[in-house]
Design a protein around this ligand. Sequence first.
Ligand code: DGL
Length: 254
Amino acid sequence: MRDLPIGIFDSGMGGISVLKEMKKLMPYEDYIYYGDSKNIPYGTKTKEQLQKLCIKIGDYFIDRGVKAIVIACNTATSASVDLFRERYNIPIIGVEPALKPAIEKYNRGKIVVLATDVTLKEEKFAKLMDRYKDEANIVKIPAPKLVTVVENGITSGEEAQRAILETFEGINIKEVSSIVLGCTHYIFLKDAMKKILGDNIELIDGGVGTALHLKNILDEKGWLKELKKEGTIQIINSCDDEKKINLTYTLLRS
Ligand code: DGL
């Protein structure tokens, strides 16, 4: 198992933000990244549609032979992490909005959770909300525009700014202590958000936590690569479009 690659996927390019953290923490591992850009957005699909799409990718990874699968998408995780754990006999790591650290560290004012419609409506998030709703003032905001912007490779400039301003329309930013980036695409807009919203607001995501969690699991099993040689990253996209692949590499290097 030790020498097999790690499979990681998202509805498109957002999961690259998680892959970057994994690569920093586990540089000797080999990775296969699958971006399902042909079917983006996941955030507006039904649970059944999402499960079908995700299983196709999961089965593909199993055929390729991977030692673990990271679902680097909050939306896909809410719809199919349980199904993956039933179906596949390897470690499955999902992501969820990092509400816990937001509550622990920044419990003043409002905590905004930005995520897709599906993530905010699914049972998984409802349970998370139930656990913390009495501890802070939590505001949920779906932000589909931000997914489109990043998927087009835009992480700064006027278009990104416009999409961010639109997302926070009607929100008094002065009352907000932190923003949970509950979609892996949004992580690429961190700098642009900071510029607009100011330095007083903490932007929280689960990228590093996910990478650490995976490392611990592999370490416990003795499945981390021993050879201290820089690992490889293979990028696959369901669009099979050269431009998409190049854009994904650009985000990976950003
Ligand atoms: N990147 C995905 C997530 O973390 C969502 C993007 C989409 O709507 O496809 O939820």
